[in-house]
Design a protein around this ligand. Sequence first.
Ligand code: NI
Length: 180
Amino acid sequence: MAIKDILKMGDERLLRVAKPVEAFDTPELHALVQDLLETMKDAHGAGLAAPQIGVDLRVVIFGSGNINPRYPDAPIIPQTILINPILEPLCEEMKSAWEGCLSVPGLRGLVPRHVALRYRGFDLDGTEIDRSVDGFHARVVQHECDHLDGVLYPMRIEDMRQFGYTEVLFPQLAADGDDD
Ligand code: NI
């Protein structure tokens, strides 16, 4: 168990389509999830995907029981370990909002996402997860699951004028110690 280095954009390992997990509740899977949890907490992230620490598996974690300093106005999302996820948009409507990513430090971009979606997958021990969510929760799930298909949020920005350094776009956020 350890805090891992987070790969940054430009690293080819972030561009792979990750492989499905085939066995649940194994020591290896527990160790991976523990590493993800510790690394996300250390980086004050809202979510983290296994490819971001160089592991080529379809595992993401997101949420926290506390207010996230990077997204102080965001509603609380239950801490979730989601394995082999399947996403299904519940409406056509897309909405744009600012996103950041631990693999793209120091930057923010305006990204369109489905407003509501159903996601299914498995917990660490193989228990099925099936939730319908909207808003920030839906956005975080889409962002994290994109990592499993080698997609980083800058690839989804429609207007590249809406992409820039956090310290310039949101001086207060940067001053509050937001380091990515
Ligand atoms: Ni990310």
